[in-house]
Design a protein around this ligand. Structure first.
Ligand SMILES: Cc1ncc(COP(=O)(O)O)c(C=O)c1O
Length: 367
């Protein structure tokens, strides 16, 4: 028997997540001394020294299972953000919390609305639960919330809003989200995915936790992968009204997050200086990229995140390969249906300068 026939048909259709090659692979294959990875919106400044110390301290105790209630971390997050601990869920990355939301809320025939291009987990969440994806084209490189509200039906159970928007880096404002939440029909839960929220400096950015306090049908997702530089540990968190949190907790496998990750996340929250330094690095990097893209005559989306989306006016896959051979990795826009755009993570100034130097050379060669 062909064992693949045992796999549910909708799962067989899933295209596996394509992380691209690791820096080590690229180095080995191309004989490069260094690869500058500007492909996954990580934080090159690295984790807080306090987080590293906490991981080392937690290491000998990994013989024990971790705390399945995540007590210390939920208390710390509750205190930091003025939220009840009952509203907090901890996941193996915010990705796992999206999965929990799918398990708790979706059934075959449910609809999942998101902006197109989407972050890959949104359509994947729909497919995993045999729900229908409803992509709504972005407008001017940002969410078209009016069209998204109009796309919601009585079958819509989840709406994903990535704010800032991956891949474009744009945000939707408090006033826009207020209107959107009033417009979506009862029965929809709106996931405000704020993986990059610490990098936002636009004052119109929504105070999304207030929606949770008001008991609106909202899940706010955040992560330790980005500014806290713990992507490899896999830990994220979400705030939502207690009834939703109870439902998501019921889907959750016991001990979902490791004790080392819990310890590192807790220690990270205490290091505001690491956050401030990372914000400064990104602010400086954004200004640098704006100036350089202007000089090169390239159209880009002003960003509120630690990445920038730019139209390189050549096939992005070609641009990717040329840059990779020169030791810089980025994301191509073709996976987002925008074949001449690339997404570049903002790194240290050394990384950013190298990226521009090589991009300029690649664009010169392509002429
Ligand atoms: C918009 C968005 N949401 C969520 C995530 C996933 O974050 P985590 O590492 O917490 O699963 C990412 C990661 O790239 C992202 O870009």
């Amino acid at each position: 028997m062909d064992l693949s026939e045992l796999i549910r048909p909708e799962i067989r259709k899933l295209v596996p997540y394509s992380p691209g090659k690791s820096s080590d692979e690229v180095k080995r294959e191309l004989g490069l001394e260094e690869v500058i990875k500007l492909a996954s919106n990580e934080n090159p400044l690295g984790p807080s020294p306090r987080a590293i110390a906490a991981m080392c301290e937690a290491a000998p105790n990994v013989l024990y299972y971790p705390d399945p209630t995540w007590r210390e971390l939920t208390e710390a997050l509750g205190k930091k953000f003025g939220m009840d601990t009952e509203t907090v869920i901890i996941g193996r990355g915010s990705d796992e919390i999206m999965h929990m939301a799918g398990l708790a809320l979706l059934e075959p025939g449910s609809e999942v609305v998101f902006s197109d291009p989407p972050f890959s987990m949104y359509p994947m969440t729909a497919t995993l639960f045999n729900a229908t994806s409803v992509p709504v084209p972005a407008k001017n490189l940002t969410h078209d919330l009016e069209a998204m509200a109009a796309a919601c039906t009585d079958k819509t159970r989840l709406v994903f809003v990535s704010n800032p928007y991956n891949p474009c880096g744009t945000i939707v404002s408090q006033a826009e989200v207020d209107r959107f939440l009033d417009a979506v029909p009862d029965g929809c839960v709106v996931v405000l995915d704020e993986a990059y929220y610490e990098y936002v400096d636009d004052p119109s950015y929504p105070n999304s936790l207030e929606y949770v306090r008001q008991g609106r049908p909202v899940i706010v997702l955040r992560t330790f992968s980005k500014i806290y530089a713990l992507a490899g540990l896999r830990i994220g968190y979400g705030f939502m009204p207690p009834a939703l949190a109870t439902g998501l907790r019921q889907t959750c496998e016991p001990f979902n997050v490791s004790s080392v990750a819990l310890a590192a996340a807790l220690a990270s929250l205490e290091d505001e200086e690491q956050v401030t330094r990372s914000q400064q690095m990104v602010r400086e990097g954004r200004e640098y990229f704006y100036r350089e893209f202007d000089r090169l005559g390239l159209h880009y989306a002003p960003t509120q995140a630690n990445f920038i989306y730019v139209d390189v006016k050549m096939p992005s896959v070609e641009c990717f390969h040329h840059l990779m051979r020169r030791g810089v990795t980025i994301r191509t826009g073709d996976i987002f249906g925008m074949p001449t755009w690339i997404r570049v993570s903002i790194g240290t100034m050394r990384h950013n300068r190298a990226a521009i130097k090589h991009l300029e050379a690649v664009l010169g060669e392509a002429k």
